[in-house]
Design a protein. Structure first.
Length: 222
């Protein structure tokens, strides 16, 4: 539904987001405009702390977060074991690659190429390790926006949240991708009771915990 009535929202997009969308979306098609806008708006909220993304894949969401919000800590082991739920990456995905289009490519290499291509490499701190390990050695201060889009199992979503919960800033937002997946939804619903957040939204297949109420302009349409 959000995509169908998104034309109304698109008319009110700020110029910076519209220009980012026009540049990124023809190449990286993982996000729909409403979810890209949501990442952008949440990253733009002026609050103390940094942004952590769990699950970067080829950098689509990372790029919107970095263009809008500055420094982003992108956590993804980019291993065959971690990438069982995403499509196989081939050289055709990278315009710069000289390799044959059916040849498998290191997704981590392509992730970094995409960050370079859209000018955000300097803003992204890449943690090539599982989320729980990155949390165990975290020393970068409070997290104002935690974006959870790693493995979509009940156990993994629970682990990701619990690993990062101690680092959440006093005012924070946690955005869970793919809430429409049954296991993600089950995990998020169970986590709600344990969260310090009073406000809960489901928008465009994503779920949001927030310590403060968020305007429609930020969270987007249901
Ligand atoms: C759905 S994709 C992420 C898509 C990306 N957020 C986007 O919107 O462009 C899921 C990613 O999560 C990563 N992943 C799986 N397990 C993980 C873990 N324990 N910690 C961090 N990332 C993980 C996978 O390697 C994969 O690249």
């Amino acid at each position: 539904m959000a995509n169908h009535i998104d034309l109304v929202m698109a008319m009110r997009d700020d110029a910076d987001f519209s220009s980012a969308w026009s540049a990124v979306s023809p190449t990286l098609k993982w996000n729909q405009r409403p979810s890209a806008r949501r990442l952008w708006q949440l990253a733009r909220l002026a609050r103390p702390g940094t942004i952590v993304e769990i699950g970067s894949f080829l950098g689509n969401s990372t790029i919107y977060l970095a263009l809008a919000g500055g420094e982003v800590h992108a956590v993804d082991p980019h291993t065959p074991q971690s990438m069982t739920q995403v499509p196989r990456v081939v050289a055709a995905d990278a315009q710069e690659s000289k390799r044959s289009s059916s040849e498998p490519m290191d997704p981590s290499e392509l992730f970094l190429l995409n960050l370079e291509r859209f000018g955000v490499r300097e803003r992204v701190v890449y943690h090539r390790e599982p989320s729980v390990e990155a949390a165990a050695s975290w020393s970068e201060g409070a997290v104002r926006l935690l974006y959870i889009d790693g493995l979509h199992t009940y156990e993994a979503v629970q682990q990701d949240y619990h690993a990062w919960k101690p680092f959440l800033a006093k005012e924070h937002v946690v955005l869970f991708d793919d809430y429409l997946w049954a296991e993600v939804q089950h995990a998020v619903d169970d986590l709600r009771a344990q969260s310090a957040c009073r406000f809960f939204y489901v928008r465009g297949g994503q779920a949001i915990f927030s310590t403060t109420p968020l305007p429609l302009r930020v969270v987007g349409l249901p």
